[in-house]
Design a protein around this ligand. Sequence first.
Ligand code: BDP
Length: 612
Amino acid sequence: MPFASQYPRITRTRRTEDLCGTWDFQFDPKAEGVEAGWAKNGLPDPIDMPVPASFNDVFTDKWSREYYGDFWYARRVFVPGEWRDRNVDLRFDSATHRATVYVNGVELASHEGGFTPFAARMNDAVRWDDWNYVAVRMNNVLTEQTIPLGGTATMRDGTKIAAPYFDFFNYSGLQRKVRMLATPTERVEDVSLVTSLDGADALVDFRVETSGSHQVEVSLCDPDGSVAASAIGKAGQLRVRDARLWNLRAPELYTVWVRVTDGERLVDEWYDVVGLRTVEVRGRQILVNGKPVYLKGFGRHEDSPIHGRGFDPVVNKRDFELLKWMGANSFRTSHYPYAEEQLYEADREGFFVIDEVAAVGLLRSTKNFADAVAGATGETIFDDPRIQTETLAAHLQAVRELVARDKNHACVCAWSLFNEPDFSSQAAVPYAEKVFSLCRELDPQRRPRSYTNVTRCRAGIDKCTHLADFMMLNRYDGWYVCGGPRIEDARQILIDEMHKWEELEPDKPFMFTEYGTDTMAGVHKLPSVMWSEEYQLEFFRVQHEVFDMFDWVVGEQPWNLCDFQTTEGIMRVDGNKKGAFTRDRQPKAVAFLLRDRWTQIPDYRDKQAEQR
Ligand code: BDP
């Protein structure tokens, strides 16, 4: 598989062609397309489908929205003859959840995993200076051996629908950009940058991989465009004097240029926009550039009406504006890697991103919406041998692709390697160790690693806390536990648990990565009841009072920024309603509460010093 984690750029040696727009589309419920020659002869009965978008919500019939199985995208692409001596690749920013790419009927590449990019090299199949037929066979079925995990429910007439092990709709399709790239055959393949600080200077260690042996030049331009440092060689160190650092909500950005040269001749050139900063966990604090931070923000989803999970720069922009209006400084990419453009935006806005791999659903429970799975058997999911082999392999590959794609982003300050895994059994430990150590090995910046701890694995039950560099808690005391009139019990349960954590993990910072209540915008009640805006306010006040009692709680990210679509069921009213904003991005009362609180809490905050 050609290397695809590098973000596509146009430079003196590289070209890109945008392939977004209208594609042909067809469902293939009998999985007959390959044998019937659809890849070569064309889709027999296609409809128009916009790319990028989830296919689901453009339809007006249920069968199409819920479609679960094989489906195809196709279009014609003109490939210029002057690209003959280049590598010409089709680059898919994502294809959910798996895809096989054909050009003129020739199978070129397959990819598994719906949230990371891949490329298909066209050269061997292409007709130069001519139109070429690109067909993509896709499939959106999830199993216990995929990341994320899911199952299948079969209806009486044999129709299959998704039974995801997670609480978001199984949106599918070509949900992000598709481009054709022309790059030199000898080219920059990979770049890794690691910043350390030396007084007012930044030291940037670099490592470059190329597909040849010509000389490599690396230079760093400051935010004004002047060269701040440069060096020759595939590895080395740049010293940036009086560096302008990337800080939380006060980012400065440099441009790194990587060139391959043959004497006077430029062989290849690629650039990236990067921020210089350090991030580490020290004692019970998370430090950016050596200063303790307090994280304020949300768990989010890539989700909006009609587009589903389709990349939408307008919705993304609105979300960043909402986050800034609230005084937030961070978010978690719950529960899958987000579009690369979102990370570049976070770099530019100075947000601390907890970058999550799509490992959600490693838990057998009805709360996890796993209709396909019987209730608690006493066995945990990690006791299953196929989880320990095939699922682990898929998980490790997802970590590889995530770290390769995102390792140079300044905004990516931590990795979330699981969402709410069932770490209650010892069998989880060797699995989790492998995931944690692979991430450490691959990340040149050695960022802090964690996972979100689920309520059923409260303090003392979870067997993997020793692996996390900091702890992330998802807690719903006051919603799933002791809701409504019992909210004071919920407060006490949470306080008791925090005291227990204090004893068990006295050296780690903690943050809350989920807490919230489903709230129907516009439902009001005095005194409050669950689902009303007043109850959401009451719940948040209680949570914040508890967080403020502990100086080692260094962040709060409620669930969720916005209401979002889920599968149907008795727990959800047209989706999950825990947003501080509605799905169309308008505030509930709690948005004002959070804004009042967060605009008072500085981004850099030494809570321990405050409470001494
Ligand atoms: C947690 C999950 C999240 C759900 C949330 C909820 O991490 O995906 O949407 O609970 O129940 O279990 O709202």
